[in-house]
Design a protein around this ligand. Structure first.
Ligand code: ATP
Ligand code: MG
Length: 241
């Protein structure tokens, strides 16, 4: 479903991502771990066609992200940490519809999908209110609904629960579980070990742009003879290494 083959991304003479390879099958949930600056967001941006790899190749559903970005974008839903990219002056519904139109959906389908997503995320109360007055969690739900309006088979979530309260974070964790049941492929980055342990089939650990581990948690635990993911992570990429 997603094949990342030997990608490198340089900014000037700095290598943010270095010869990174991993893949994700349909219905698989991959957790991406790495310290601040490890290259997680850069990698997700390259898969999302937002940044071009300096070297290497990425295929999503067999389509090359550089040669066929339109076809890739139709298959993926993206949520990037920090700014949600929502328009404050538009309502949640209008923000979602705007994206739906970009994906070429007709108005009836946009309305139907928007309302079903609003129900699913319990956001009907504020669906027709302007995003400018929303809390962080409300904005995040709106951004997630927007990322799903075209029913993507691949979901890329960059630190989706960062800064959210326990309830909102759990809504998103539950959602990732549901994506899997629906057969979507998910790659998400996180700094929360328990979240990765709970949700992921496989983890990809990156340190300074270089792959440190790509495999199941069980194998990682076996190799390290402990189930303490915090400790394994610190030993693998810990400060100063
Ligand atoms: N547009 C850019 N220009 C120059 N350097 C960049 C750019 N984007 C990212 N970098 C650098 O690339 C490295 C990887 O950044 P990236 O945002 O991918 O890390 P990250 O793993 O997502 O970190 P965090 O956990 O803090 O979100 C960092 O050193 C960052 O400063
Ligand atoms: Mg990041």
């Amino acid at each position: 479903m997603i094949e990342v083959k030997g990608i490198t991304k340089t900014f000037g003479d700095f290598k943010a991502v270095n010869e990174l390879s991993f893949s994700a099958q349909q219905g698989e949930v991959i957790g991406m771990l790495g310290e601040n600056g490890a290259g997680k967001t850069t990698t997700l941006r390259m898969i999302a066609t937002v940044l071009k790899p300096t070297k290497g190749e990425i295929l999503v559903g067999g389509k090359n992200v550089v040669h066929n970005p339109e076809a890739v974008r139709k298959q993926i839903g993206i949520l990037f940490g920090g700014e949600t990219g929502l328009y404050d002056r538009l309502t949640a519904r209008e923000n979602i519809a705007y994206f739906g139109k970009l994906y070429g959906l007709d108005n009836a389908l946009i309305k139907q999908r928007t309302e079903s997503l609003a129900n699913r995320f319990d956001m009907t109360r504020y669906l027709d209110k302007r995003v400018g007055g929303f809390s962080k969690g409300m904005k995040q739900k709106t951004a997630i609904a927007r990322s799903l309006v075209h029913d993507p088979s691949v979901v890329l979530f960059d630190e989706p629960t960062s800064g959210l309260d326990i309830t909102s974070a759990n809504v998103i964790r539950q959602l990732i579980g549901e994506f899997k049941e629906e057969g979507r492929t998910v790659i998400f980055s996180s700094h929360i070990m328990s979240e990765v342990e709970r949700l992921c089939d496989r983890v990809v650990i990156i340190h300074r742009g270089t792959l440190q581990y790509n495999g199941t948690l069980e194998t990682l635990y076996q190799q390290n003879q402990t189930k303490d993911l915090d400790r394994i992570f610190m030993e693998m990429v810990g400060a100063g290494r």
